[in-house]
Design a binder for this molecule. Structure first.
Ligand code: ADP
Ligand code: MG
Length: 583
């Protein structure tokens, strides 16, 4: 049933506008609701899902509207050809604007897009080319043969059919390799890049996608309204679209439509009723609307959609698929990891100081030391998350110092984090699948057209396999943040295994696990060692470490204190004094 919703929705788009007794006023309102929804779907992906706040979406709508308006009024180009032109202009504009603004983060990005919005508004309002404040009129209508699409009811079918197409395309994108990368931006950007996601590129993808949807909305608007001027594409309009997203549920595609519907309808009703109730004119609807918005956000802080359709994570069906390609076997005899004289200073604090050690294939090395010894910092230096102040890191004898986390992941280094970095709200198995990001290729267009199903099946078969390997197969479809913290750490190990690693860095993997779970984890790590994976392990549970590791490296105040077989290190007086204390 749910699979066929687009077909049913398209049928409804064709039939419902002809509902007897549907007032013309509602036909017009529904046209604008549909157009707004198309734009807000893009905003949801960008802001609610991707975490980038943009107040320039109405500007991109303007790109689309003006592009088609100018082409059709001045150059006699068919309004239908105006659509690809609108998309192209807006996408190029977004690429240029995004190249500058997407470097900004958080509030600064919001402010940057506001500046863009205001500048573009005054640019258009002051240039003769755009018809200044009066804009452009006598825009030709859309036409099929000699039939002119001037009837609001017919236009309604077009608008809502395009909305259906946009929702399907967007859902396809979100449910893909790159879509998971977009969803991973919020909160887990560091983890995403540690698994090879090109976060700059993914941010740009979300930005351009949103701009294209805005351009489609603008194109529809221009040929429905048959005139354009700068006002509906200004900052206030962008703010209103943001309100729609927030009101409906900024993290949900469905929330976009719900928000557009409710905000437009409520505003309109208030504009109608308030003057009658109060007996005088004024912009009272804005005030009342503000109060309603605040009230709704108190009750449903994530917007209305998740409040109504609570906590749904889609179940994933795992189908048999040929396994993903594996990394070629390395024959080099050089140690897999060699750390040489590594140092990291944070201002005056020396977090890591002249640290050297190696990890060979099929070896488990424990990196231990008191809190603050510099273990996690060492992990960050090895994986490219932080740049060393001095020293070098080599993989199979090849230097990797200074490479990005993404490049280092590409060489087969996978990690888990001391502070768990899973994408909350995303299912466990989808989180694990992010680990296989580099083992797939599907791009955005392939995903939108759903031509990535073969590859996706292989990625998810791998994710299911790794999840079963760590003993969490039963939790695949649970939201990641609903698991106990210890289990979330184990999910991170499954995600790391999806990278097909040659080197596995685990930061306190056993923390929060029960005794039996620790034994299972130890057994898994031994099996991986048998498969020639090199493992570097930070762990405080000495019983767990002692029985598992081949060698220990002990750190204290950033410096290596001792190194050697566990038994020998355990008896080292310096280690006993600094770390094991009275034990
Ligand atoms: P461990 O993992 O061994 O407990 P860390 O590597 O997390 O220790 O920290 C080592 C030292 O470096 C600590 O004193 C910590 O406060 C400091 N430190 C870690 N990261 C940063 C940072 N980004 N900025 C400043 N100091 C840091
Ligand atoms: Mg640590």
């Amino acid at each position: 049933m749910m699979r066929f919703w687009p077909v049913l929705a398209l049928l409804a788009c064709a039939v419902l506008p002809w509902t007897p007794g549907l007032p013309v006023f509602w036909v017009s309102l529904l046209n604008y609701i549909g157009i707004s929804s198309i734009l807000v779907v893009g905003l949801v992906v960008l802001t609610g899902i991707g975490g980038m706040t943009s107040f320039a979406q109405a500007s991109f709508m303007g790109f689309g509207a003006y592009a088609s308006a100018i082409l059709s009024t001045r150059y006699g180009v068919s309004p239908w050809l105006g659509l690809p032109a609108a998309i192209l202009v807006s996408a190029l504009g977004a690429a240029a604007i995004g190249a500058v603004t997407l470097r900004l983060r958080g509030h600064y990005l919001a402010l940057g897009t506001m500046a863009v919005s205001v500048s573009l508004y005054y640019l258009v309002a002051n240039l003769d080319f755009f018809g200044r404040n009066d804009g452009l009129s006598t825009i030709p209508p859309l036409q099929i043969g000699s039939y002119r699409l001037t009837d609001g009811r017919v236009f309604l079918t077009l608008v809502w059919a395009m909305l259906v197409a946009v929702v399907v395309a967007t859902n396809n994108l979100l449910d893909s390799r790159l879509g998971r990368a977009i969803r991973a931006l919020r909160g887990g950007a560091l983890a995403a890049s540690s698994f090879g996601v090109n976060t700059t590129q993914v941010r740009m993808l979300a930005f351009v996608h949103a701009a294209i949807l805005a351009a489609i909305a603008g194109w529809l608007y221009a040929h429905l309204q048959r005139s354009v001027n700068p006002t509906p594409f200004g900052l206030f309009a962008s703010i209103e679209y943001m309100l729609m997203a927030v009101f409906g549920g900024a993290g949900y595609v469905g929330g976009a439509i719900l928000g557009a519907l409710l905000v437009t309808a409520i505003n309109d009703l208030l504009q109608d009723w308030l003057p009658k109730l109060l007996g005088q004119r004024g912009n009272y609807e804005t005030i009342v609307f503000g109060v309603i918005l605040l009230a709704v956000l108190q009750v449903a802080p994530e917007g209305l959609w998740p409040h109504i359709f609570r906590g749904r994570v889609r179940r994933r069906v795992i189908v048999d698929a040929p396994p993903l390609d594996r990394r070629p076997h390395v024959t080099s005899d050089a140690p897999i990891l060699a750390v040489e004289h590594l140092a990291k200073r944070f201002g005056g604090l020396v977090a890591v100081n002249d640290l050297s050690f190696t990890v060979a294939k099929g070896e488990i090395v424990g990196l231990i030391g008191p809190n603050g010894a510099g273990k996690s910092t060492s992990f960050n230096l090895i994986t490219g998350v932080a740049a060393p102040s001095a020293g070098a890191v080599a993989l199979f004898g090849q230097p990797i110092t200074g490479l990005s986390p993404r490049a280092i992941a590409g060489h087969g280094v996978a990690r888990s984090f001391q502070h768990v970095k899973l994408v909350p709200g995303m299912s466990v198995i989808e989180n694990v699948a992010i680990g296989a990001h580099l083992r797939g290729q599907a791009g955005a267009l392939v995903a939108i057209c759903r031509q990535d199903r073969g590859e996706e099946a292989r990625i998810f078969a791998e994710a299911a396999h790794q999840l079963a390997r760590v003993g969490l197969a039963g939790l695949a479809d649970r939201p990641a943040d609903s698991l106990a913290l210890g289990q979330q750490r184990v999910v991170e190990i499954a995600r790391a295994l999806c990278l097909d690693p040659v080197l596995l860095l685990l930061d306190e993997p056993a923390a929060g696990l029960r005794h039996a779970e620790k034994a299972e984890l130890a057994a898994l790590l031994r099996r991986l060692r048998g498969e020639n994976v090199a493992i570097l392990l930070v762990e405080h549970d000495m019983e767990f470490v002692m029985g598992l590791v081949d060698r220990l490296v002990v750190m204290d105040f950033g410096t290596k204190l001792a190194e050697g077989p566990a038994e020998q290190v355990r008896r080292d007086p310096a280690v006993i004094e600094a770390y094991l204390g009275v034990a």
